[in-house]
Ligand binder design. Structure first.
Ligand code: ADP
Ligand code: MG
Length: 728
């Protein structure tokens, strides 16, 4: 008997939902562990408080003396909450978060000690971070990078540690993390959008990008998950026959949340409340044991930090509930994978959502300006946007008939399609007074504030307008949102700068009025961006053909997709906007290609190991039982045995066939890995892993899964899909 599997199953049957007591109202505990405005007012001098607020709102620098005041206040607050340590919390390019804890405790000598935390320690640290990916930026011998405080994201306490959100940069200034380019991109889009807003409202001083993510995940019993080496080492199942019942009946989606999962969610939400993560929605997703969690949207930098923190907290809370959270985009074949929709918009400091239709024609012209500029930005940079969501794990999802395809397209709904086609006919140059009135009354003025078909209906589009925001749906569940958010805000910044230039040129050189100039440029943009607009079914083969005709990219694999990050166009774009220089762009490309190779390499090793050391020996054991059976029949029935043993004999041969195929394929895969590993050129190597190594996974899996169906269930060592997916 395969003990681990059955032991895990037995244990999973004894689990009870934890009792979660929520004694306080959520509104009362919200942000209790965050050094937010309320606690800052309480613990900081007025000067220190103002200095942080200015840094947040205006990006001003914080004076070193003031930093000392801030750190003292922050330390007192943290200690009052039971914190003993502090850490600079950052997001290296591994995709997870990093922290190195230091105690506040400091001996004074003479047997005395104090709690100390100075401004210097708040503002800058130098972790020994030589082992983080840097794409060749830092020579590991002088691996000096430092973390620097990001005051725009508030410090928080997790467990007994004060966590200070920081950026991570090399001593030579290059970014080594996700946050640095994001902050630069947010600054760029702020500047560019404010300039455009001035056409409509001179009072606008700041534009914030907003992000509302929706996190999908699987919750699997921790014992069952631990019994599968593939889940433990790669976060997904590399083999396993589909369960007879999967998601066909749609009986999980939005169904009653199972008790144990509910207890987990409430526990998780409680921690989120303390950490100031404004989670609001929870529900079952399509696949069995798949769920979703979504907060209210926030300023993008904060929302990115919240999501990174959440992914970490999810895993920690899960331990208490004997669950393992799977954030992988495709943990199970045959049922839906997980994504992380990124809802995105731009909002002004005067309280206007720039992607929300307004009450007046003028506010609607502003809406249309930002709306059409977004479409144009995506149209001109679709390939770069695709690159921003590329990963080995997300490749399983994009284009797998369940998630948005690898083709980026924009869905806008029927009403706005109509508006755009009317705007396309605006006269070239000066508009007659009649045309202007007509436009204002009948086109721009007719956009309803609430769009009826702000259809969330078309779920097959990778980039959909949903009433007052765009929803970037192709982002992977495991991804750090900073990557897509940096790209999206960067291309928008570039587009808005371009727009402003073109409108100003018409005003100055052609003597057009401001709104005439805006209409003229928007008309041209609509004409130029038609390729990206698509309202139909994104999963269909017709769309794939049509997209090809339109010249849209369809990069199905990560090595193909990532190339767009190092084209001259992309490098120039990030450089011009001051977001990343050439070295930084190239380093990131290298890091992501390297990561891709390593992921596939690890999967290959794990699959080879499971196939050879778990599956094949089990099949042989079962085959021996059959052989004994046949021998026994022969002993009893003599020459007549064949009639009785025919099924067994067939099985014996069938098993041998699968074993032979597994062995030859594992050997073939190992050889391909060896050949690939010798390649010096990272691009060639990634393509080899993608096109030579990875395809063999499917062949190995096919034969293993066939054996799963043949071999006695009692002998099978690997916890099965039905057990993983239907244990609640
Ligand atoms: P659903 O898509 O589930 O119908 P909503 O459209 O209301 O629900 O919101 C989905 C997500 O979009 C939520 O996480 C929400 O916070 C976010 N969202 C709503 N408005 C904005 C906005 N202006 N900017 C960014 N995200 C937003
Ligand atoms: Mg949604």
């Amino acid at each position: 008997m395969s003990t681990l599997r059955f032991h895990a199953i037995k244990e999973s049957l004894t689990r009870k939902p934890l009792e979660i007591k929520e004694t306080e109202r959520r509104s009362e505990i919200f942000g209790a562990n965050v050094f937010n405005e309320v606690s800052m007012r309480q613990y900081l001098t007025k000067e220190a408080y103002m200095s942080v607020m200015d840094a947040i709102n205006k990006g001003t620098k914080i004076d070193r003396v003031v930093a000392d005041h801030i750190s003292t206040g922050m330390k007192e607050w943290a200690i009052s909450k039971g914190a003993t340590h502090y850490t600079h919390w950052f997001q290296p390019l591994t995709g997870t978060t990093a922290e190195k804890h230091d105690a506040f405790f400091e001996p004074l000598g003479g047997g005395q000690a104090i709690e100390k935390f100075g401004g210097g320690q708040l503002v800058q640290q130098e972790p020994d971070a030589s082992s983080f990916p840097n794409g060749g930026i830092r020579n590991t011998f002088e691996a000096r990078g430092y973390t620097a405080w990001d005051p725009t994201s508030p410090a928080f306490i997790y467990g007994t540690t004060l966590c200070i959100p920081t950026v991570f940069v090399a001593y030579t200034g290059e970014a080594l993390d996700y946050k640095t380019p994001l902050l630069r991109a947010l600054q760029a889009v702020d500047n560019a959008a404010v300039d455009v807003c001035k056409y409509f409202d001179k009072n606008v001083k700041k534009v914030n990008a907003s992000l509302g993510w929706e996190q999908e995940y699987f919750l699997i019993d921790s014992g069952l998950a631990a019994s599968r080496p593939d889940i433990v080492l790669t976060g997904r199942t590399l083999l396993g026959h589909s369960s007879a019942k999967g998601q066909q009946l749609d009986d999980h989606y939005f169904g009653t949340i199972p008790n144990r999962a509910m207890a987990y969610m409430r526990d998780l939400e409680h921690e989120c409340m303390l950490l100031g993560i404004p989670v609001k929605t929870r529900h079952n997703e399509v696949a069995p044991n798949q769920f979703e969690l979504a907060p209210i949207y926030d300023e993008a930098n904060l929302a990115v930090d919240h999501n990174s923190l959440l992914m970490d907290v999810m895993g920690k809370i899960a331990e208490r509930h004997n669950f393992k959270v799977l954030l992988h985009e495709k943990p199970f074949a045959g049922v839906n994978g997980s994504g992380k929709h990124n809802n995105w918009s731009l909002g002004t400091d005067t309280g206007v959502n720039l992607l929300s239709p307004g009450k007046t024609p003028m506010s609607n012209l502003q809406f249309l300006t930002f709306f059409i500029n977004t479409i144009k930005a995506v149209n001109d940079n679709e390939e770069l946007l695709r690159a921003a969501i590329a990963s080995a794990s997300n490749d399983h999802r994009l284009g797998a008939n369940e998630a948005p395809p690898a083709i980026i397209s924009v869905f806008i709904g029927e009403q706005l399609t109509k508006v755009l086609s009317e705007l396309e006919n605006v006269t070239d140059g000066k508009l007659s007074p009649e045309e202007k009135t007509d436009l204002k009354l009948n086109v721009v003025g007719k956009i309803p504030e609430i769009l009826l078909d702000n259809t969330d209906r078309n779920r097959t589009s990778s980039f959909a307008f949903t009433g007052n925001k765009f929803e970037f749906r192709a982002v992977g569940s495991k991804a750090n949102c900073a990557n897509p958010m940096t790209t999206l805000n960067a291309i928008m910044a570039k587009q808005l700068i371009e727009f402003k230039k073109e409108v100003d040129a018409l005003i100055d050189k052609k003597n057009l009025k401001k709104d005439e100039a805006v209409f003229n440029i928007l008309r041209e943009y609509i004409k130029k961006s038609k390729n990206i607009l698509f309202e139909g079914n994104g999963y269909s083969d017709e769309w794939e053909k049509e997209a090809k005709k339109r010249g849209l990219s369809n990069n199905k694999t990560t090595p193909e997709a990532l190339k767009a990050k190092v084209t001259k166009k992309a490098i120039d774009l990030f450089e011009e906007l001051g977001i990343m220089n050439k070295v930084e762009s190239e380093a990131r490309y290298e890091i992501e290609m390297e990561e891709y190779i390593m992921r596939i390499q690890i999967e290959g090793r794990v699959l080879g190991d499971i196939a050879r050391n778990h599956v094949v020996p089990t099949a042989v054991r079962y085959q021996n039982i059959l052989i004994d059976n046949v021998k026994g029949l022969k002993e009893i029935y003599g020459t007549n045995y064949k009639k009785l043993a025919q099924e067994q004999l067939n099985l014996i041969e069938e098993i041998s066939g699968h074993i032979a195929s597994i062995n030859s394929n594992v050997t073939k895969m190992t050889e391909e890995r060896k050949t690939s590993n010798k390649m010096e050129d990272i691009e060639k190597k990634a393509h080899a892993y993608c096109n030579k190594v990875k395809p063999i996974f499917d062949d190995i899996r096919y034969h293993c899964d066939k054996l799963e169906l043949l071999v006695d269930d009692e002998l099978w060592p690997l916890t099965k899909y039905r057990e993983l997916l239907f244990t609640k």
